[in-house]
Design a protein. Structure first.
Length: 135
């Protein structure tokens, strides 16, 4: 049986796969742009010209980049038997939602979605082993 655990945030996903006692570790990078909008007045004078920040443009780009990132992860884990997803904030829940909506074959293999802070590679491996109770 092939067990897979994913620790995910917006920058990278660590994928731990355990099959027949053999553990493999892989990292998928997201390539999501972290935008820092610069806007406001172009002059020190009150009421001067304003630069308009197009938040919707940046958010739409980020949404498409995240979708590509989630698809890359789904491709990486498509032949697993059981899946657990870890991560900080809401990225783990967003991946789970994406799998339920667009990757039906993987969605029924999700055993749990768990909140977890940043971890080292060894901590991620241990977390997956502990979840599936493998030694």
């Amino acid at each position: 049986m092939k067990h897979t655990g994913i620790w995910i945030d917006k920058d990278k996903a660590h994928i731990v796969t355990i099959e027949n006692g053999v553990e493999t570790f892989n990292t998928v990078l997201s390539n999501v742009d972290h935008f820092k909008p610069h806007g406001g007045s172009g002059t020190k004078l009150k009421g001067g010209p304003q630069n308009v920040v197009q938040d919707s443009k940046y958010l739409e780009r980020e949404k498409h980049q995240l979708k590509q990132y989630y698809n890359a992860i789904a491709t990486e884990v498509k032949d697993t038997d059981a899946l657990v997803i870890y991560g900080p904030a809401d990225t783990n829940k967003k991946l789970s939602k994406e799998l339920y909506e667009n990757h039906k074959s993987l969605s029924h293999k999700i055993k749990d979605v768990i909140k977890a802070d940043s971890m080292t590679e060894n901590q991620v491996k241990a977390l997956v082993r502990d979840f599936f109770k493998l030694n």
